[in-house]
Design a protein around this ligand. Sequence first.
Ligand SMILES: [Zn+2]
Length: 118
Amino acid sequence: MSKIREYRERHELSQEELARKLDLDRSSVAKWESGRNKPRLNHLLSMTKIFNCSLDELVVGGKEMAVSKSVNCPHCGRKLNSYTVDTTSTQRTSGTCPSCGKRYTVEYGKGKIKVSKN
Ligand SMILES: [Zn+2]
């Protein structure tokens, strides 16, 4: 399932506006979004420039690429929680290690995860 609609709305473009940028008519964009037709590669590449995203993000989307990763306590090395890491945003959370009782901060997103001592 493509993310064209999601990206188009995020960029506040109507189907017609996006179609105009791609030199197409609105029905082409409507068909892509409803899954009745697939965009050609040259149109996908043009859209990555319009939306400032990668081909992966546009075709597969951030959430589908999410993976669950676990982290270890930076103090005692025991396993902590798992976090869902996707490609769209970076989040930060902190907590207390249940084993050693010390605090840690986890930063995750954009395919990476990092744990540090507080
Ligand atoms: Zn610990």
